[in-house]
Design a protein around this ligand. Structure first.
Ligand code: CUA
Length: 167
């Protein structure tokens, strides 16, 4: 069998490309321990309240320091629990001053949901059995809609909320 000169070059380039790709992948996955936001911590989906972050009184937005917040969210079919106001009514709109750092922690007791504040970097999968976490800095004032972008059942489109970054 005879390989043309250029065929050999391209074959070689392909093999080198594959090796470089696998090295980068292995470095990111094993050496740096990169993993999806949804695999930071495990949780019992039947008893999410055993985790302090998801006790009813700790859901929603909490200021932990100057310019620092924690936002705990329970996604379930078909609702986002963003905490309650003083009268006990569910909060649907979260307000955060621009420039704040926010640690978002989310979980679900039932099926896979999405958690995306459209227009921000907050975009995670929420899986039963895991706590999804992500820390972001919110610098751009505006209103961002919270949507579920994993199809979770007949009420999928009913899952909503919003985040307002205020000056
Ligand atoms: Cu929850 Cu789609």
């Amino acid at each position: 069998m005879h390989l043309h000169k250029y065929e050999k070059y391209w074959l070689g380039a392909g093999i080198v490309g594959l090796i470089v790709f696998l090295i980068i992948l292995g470095f990111g996955a094993f050496y740096l321990g990169t993993h999806p936001q949804s695999h930071g911590e495990i949780i019992d989906p039947e008893n999410i309240e055993a985790n302090d972050a998801f006790k009813p009184e700790n859901r929603g937005l909490t200021k932990v320091d100057e310019g620092r917040y924690v936002l705990n969210i329970v996604a379930s079919a078909f609702n986002y629990d963003l905490g309650t106001d003083e009268s006990g009514a569910p909060i649907k709109n979260i307000e955060i001053p621009a420039g704040s750092k926010v640690l978002v922690q989310a979980t679900t007791p039932d099926v896979i949901h999405g958690l995306n504040f459209a227009g921000t970097n907050i975009n995670m999968m929420v899986e039963p059995g895991y706590v999804s976490t992500m820390e972001v800095e919110l610098n751009n004032p505006g209103e961002y809609t919270l949507v579920c972008n994993e199809y979770c059942g007949v009420g999928h489109h009913l899952m909503y909320g919003s985040l307002e970054v205020v000056e």
